[in-house]
Structures are given as C-alpha cells and as structure tokens.
Design a protein around this ligand. Sequence first.
Ligand code: PHE
Length: 383
Amino acid sequence: MRTFKFLSLVLVVSLLLSACGGGASKEVKIAILAPLSGPVPTFGVMTRDGALLAIEEWNAKGGVNGMKIVPIVEDSQCTPDPAANAANKVIDQDKVHYIIGEVCSKASIPISDIANGKKVVQISPTSTNPSVTVGTDGKVKDYIFRACFIDPFQGQVGAKFAMEKLGAKTAFIMLDQANDYVKGLAEFFEKSFTEAGGTIVGKETYTSTDTDFSAILAKIAEAKPDVVYLPDYYNIVNLATKQAKEKGITAPFIGGDGWDSSDLDLAAAAGGYFTNHYSPEDTRAEVQNFVKAFGAKYKDDSGNPKVPDALAALAYDATNLMLQAIKDAGADDPTKVKDALTKITFNGVSGKITYDASHNPVKSATILEVTKDGIKFNSVVNP
Ligand code: PHE
C-alpha cells in the first residue's frame, strides 16, 4: 500500500514536471561525434576527453543559462557512412541541437550537410578541409563552424617551412586521394611550394588500406627529393616512415596535424616535422591551466597525468565556444546560437578565435619536430 502511494506520488510529480516542460528545459544536450574505433582511435579518445572536461567545468559552475549540460558520445569512426549515421541518430533520436565533431574532414563533411539541413549547430574541432563549412556551390553552411585553421594555410606553412628552414628546393608528395584532408593538404602544399619556386619531383598515390609502400619508396630513393610531404594520419605515417628508414631514405618527411598522436612511432618518424595547432609546452596561461586540468582528470596507463594533444585542446575549445555561444544567445535556440558564433571573440587554448565570413578562425600554426625521444616545439607561424 505504501509503495503504491509512493509510486503514485512519483507518477504525479513526473507528469506535472513534463506538463510544465520542467524536465526538458532544465538540460541541454551536446553530441560529441568522434572516431573512437577505426583507423585513428587516439583522435577519438582525445577529442571526447577534451570535450567532456569542458562540459564538466561548465556544469561545476551551474551549467549554461541554468541548464545542466548532458553529453552524448557517439563513435563516428573517421568514416563517412558511420559518421552520417551517428549524426542522424543524435539529431533524430536524441534531439540534440548542438554537435561537436568530427575530427576527420571526410567524416565532418557528410555530418555538416546533415546538420546544416536540419538546422543543428556543428563545430568541428579539428577538420581542416575548406569543404566542411563551405558547400560545393560555394555557399557558406549557416550552422557549421570549426575551431581550427584550414588547409590552404596549413599547406602553405608546411611548404614555407620546408623551403626557408630546411632549404628544400625539391619535394616528393605521397597521398591518399580518397581522403579529403590528405588530398586537399597535398594540393595546397604543392601550390605554395611551386609558387615559391620549388619543384615537385614526384607524386604517388596509395589507398588507406595499403601497408606496403615499397613501390613508392623506391621511386623516392631514385628521385632523391630534399623533402617528402606525407600529409596523412599517424597510422599511415608510422608504416611509411618505418619502411623509408629501412630503405635508407634520409630526406625528412613533413606532414600536417594528422601526425599528432601518442601512437605516432617516434623512432620511425624521427627527423620529420609537422604543422599543428598547439604545443603543450606553450607558456600562455590558457595552455598551462588546460594542461593541468586535463592531467588531473585523465591518467595514462602508468598512472601519470595525460598530456593533452591538439585534438584534446581543440575539442575543449570547440565545446567552450559552443557553450559560450549558447550563453551569449541566452537560449537553447540553434538559430540564435549560430548568430552568436559569428560574432564571438573567444580566447581559447589554441589561440584567439573570431570567425571570418566562411566560419573559419584565423589562427597561427605551430611547427613541431619529431625526435626519437619525443615531440619538440620548433616555431609558430602567423597567418
Ligand atoms: N585535420 C585533420 C582532418 O581534417 C584531422 C586532425 C586534426 C587530425 C588534428 C589530428 C590532429 O582530417
């Protein structure tokens, strides 16, 4: 009898709450779409963890506009179809209005078309290909933003570094044409390198499932370029640079942000350089506070504080940007939130963010050097 009374009370209270909309308006959902499985799992884990840290910090301060922030994490696998499925699931089933993700451009592009069509705000922390925020028709996707610089800039920084700092006059490019990020970055590097008077002495393609690069490496050994440009993710970089060393190729490999992983094979990639978004060694207060908070929350296998990479930093920035925009908009209203984003000035871990007309931040790039003992800060390049 007592249990029955108690249950009826619970029922009445929850009916009342839902009738007033009280249950629903007290929280705001943020979807985190990240590649937790598939070829590049460190990208997904770091992205998820950076985003969750930001949400935890906001919730500890009372949420946003009095609403508790509820994260919904989905594995989008750095692959177009699973990414589209994850986007449809969080939008249609979970009814989210806000998406943080994906990491990989080839996954963010299909997500952006779905999100923009359904008026859901998306901020990709790390997808650098221009087509994430601008459609094939040349129109800016109203609801889509990113927290990182774009590849025309990243490719130019790589090319300038190769020529000015390494004295390179010739380069060989290796690329996976089916990967929007790799293909785009290779093109932008080539354009900048040749415009500045350099020569591309060879360009060879492979596919994402290749594991044996000996045919391409034989051509590199013959062409003897000053540098090899390999703008792919760490899983490919590990295989190609290891096989290059075994073949006795000494030309430095240069790449982009896709090299950034705790699973980058340092011995194989040593002597190489890559362009990136941030360095945890940066002494700015934003960076050091973030490194401390991240290390306090997350530990590596031996129990030491985890050092956040660029993926974690940008996911943290993207989530803070989204929450700041929700706060500025004063409502859980994606149309107002996207308007707030276009006007935002935000001091992030990865630098100061304001948006240009194409919803891209204008930010500096960091050049990192790979040594067998770790990744070393080299220099910062401003746009
Ligand atoms: N920029 C890459 C892309 O667009 C993703 C990436 C960013 C990977 C940063 C690692 C670090 O696909």
